[in-house]
Design a binder for this molecule. Structure first.
Ligand SMILES: [Zn+2]
Length: 242
């Protein structure tokens, strides 16, 4: 390539990176802090930590789904538990007891609160366990546990509402009926297998955005339902709707 053209291409690349950067959160171990988005003051910042672990923060409260889990458990993603440094009040939101979703030892070494199945929380210090009500209020978040089947565990999927934004975390369930019963979802975090069960049923998730989690690190998963892949360590922001 001609030198001038190469410089132009590099320049355009840098410009594009600068323009698009504010939408994405760079992979780093920096604390998850929500920033302005398209002029909106109040935003929710998401970061994909690994496996089914997503950190979501509005700056005052950080929810951590299926975190901390055992890095690399069952061949799933590794991550650095010490690098997860939530801002504000931290609450783990746990779907079930399997080690690729929760590590009691790693949780005990932190000062986070927890919402999760009784078979997970009974062994934990009760002062850090939030009661598993129909709606659990945490800061500006409302967390709704929805009992869904997964092997022989007590398992919950979660609907999470924040200032008019509606999120859904399927967990490991193989049954899409609770998910398909919901409408007006903004972001659904979905496993490769559930995305394929939905597609094979000819059904459609009523969500603006389907984001894949719990994928195999070697990329061997079948991909369905148009779910988007988020690179580990990266994220995005959403503006409040109210
Ligand atoms: Zn799992």
């Amino acid at each position: 390539m001609n030198r001038a053209l190469l410089l132009l291409a590099v320049g355009l690349g840098v410009l594009a990176a600068l323009v698009f950067y504010p939408r994405e959160i760079a992979p780093s171990d920096a604390p998850l802090t929500p920033g302005p988005l398209d002029g909106a003051q109040d935003t929710l910042a998401f970061r994909f930590i690994g496996n089914a672990g997503i950190a979501i923060s509005d700056g005052a409260t950080t929810l951590l789904t299926d975190l901390p889990y055992e890095p690399g458990a069952h061949g799933y993603m590794v991550y650095e538990p010490e690098a997860v440094r939530p801002v504000g009040e931290a609450v783990a939101v746990i779907t079930h007891r399997h080690t690729d979703h929760f590590s009691p030892a790693l949780f005990q070494a932190r000062d986070w609160f927890i919402v999760g199945p009784e078979e997970v929380t009974l062994a934990l210090p009760s002062a850090r366990v939030l009661p598993l009500l129909d709606t659990v209020e945490v800061g500006a978040f409302r967390v709704l546990p929805i009992r869904t089947p997964h092997s022989n565990t007590e398992h919950y999927s979660y609907l999470v509402a924040w200032r008019g934004v509606r999120l859904f975390f399927v967990g490991d369930t193989e049954d899409p009926s609770a998910l398909l019963a919901r409408a007006d979802l903004d972001v659904v975090f979905i496993t490769p297998w559930l995305s394929c069960i939905v597609e094979d049923q000819g059904a459609t998730v009523k969500a603006e955005r389907l984001v894949l989690y719990h994928q195999r690190p070697d990329g061997s998963d079948r991909m369905c339902s148009g779910a988007e892949v988020l690179a580990q360590g990266t994220g995005f922001r959403l503006a409040a709707r109210d």
